[in-house]
Design a protein around this ligand. Structure first.
Ligand code: CA
Length: 230
């Protein structure tokens, strides 16, 4: 199981390093950015599970960055906690309206930050210890396995990531290029038909449980995970 990745977007180096220190001690993998431009690069390249975003940043406000990410198809699932030095309630409201999942006022105790991070990760689709059930399938995210009627279905690493992604984003149609971005990573250059190859393998593996029909082809659009019949 891999550690959750947390991106720290904060221009004050001392604060950034302090947060990174506490996060890595708590077992998280940390990424750092000093401004929004760096943050966007880190997000596209390294796909963090959660971002801590400071309100005041040199090139763009943390709130604008949050809005932009939450409005994009690609990054809307990224969990965001805003950090701010402003304690006023109205800022809190504005921060959450911008789409942030939570909000924490500086100065904060590391323990409080850790508790907020855990709560947000638990709520978001990327929760560490979640079990996702759909039809006859049970995805054990923590245990990194897929079960049907208590029996494990063996999957290759790519098939597992693909299934995990579409199962946690059920009923939505994803094009091949969107799946490449979300499952393989934005900077990996593989052909779109690679997706078809892995979908075929995934269906074959799931067919033992009669669950291959959950991976539906949507003609001219892409693929969808659904337990309903087409
Ligand atoms: Ca700042």
């Amino acid at each position: 199981m891999s550690a959750k990745k947390i991106l720290i977007v904060e221009d004050e180096q001392a604060i950034r390093e302090m947060i990174a220190f506490h996060l890595s001690r708590a077992g998280y993998e940390t990424l750092e950015a000093g401004d929004c431009r760096e943050a966007r690069e880190q997000i596209a390249d390294n796909r963090p599970d959660l971002a801590l975003v400071d309100w005041m940043l040199p090139d763009m406000s943390g709130l604008e960055l949050t809005r932009m990410l939450k409005r994009s198809d690609e990054f809307e699932d990224l969990a965001i906690i805003m950090l701010t030095a402003r304690a006023e309630e109205r800022d809190k409201v504005t921060g959450l309206e911008g789409g942030a999942d939570d909000y924490i006022t500086k100065p904060f105790a590391p323990r409080e930050l850790m508790a907020r991070i855990q709560a947000v990760l638990r709520r978001s689709g990327t929760a560490n210890n979640g079990v996702v059930r759909s039809g006859v399938l049970e995805l054990d995210v923590e245990g990194h396995r897929i079960l049907s009627c208590g029996k494990e279905i063996r999957l290759g690493p790519t098939e597992f990531r693909l299934l995990q992604f579409i199962m946690t984003h059920a009923e939505r149609v994803y094009s091949r290029s969107q799946l490449l971005d979300r499952v393989w990573g934005a900077n990996v250059y593989v052909e779109e038909r690679t997706v078809d190859v892995h979908v075929r393998r995934l269906r074959k593996a799931l067919s033992v449980a009669g669950a291959d029909r959950y991976i539906q082809t949507v003609r001219g659009a892409g693929y969808r995970f659904s337990v309903r019949d087409v």
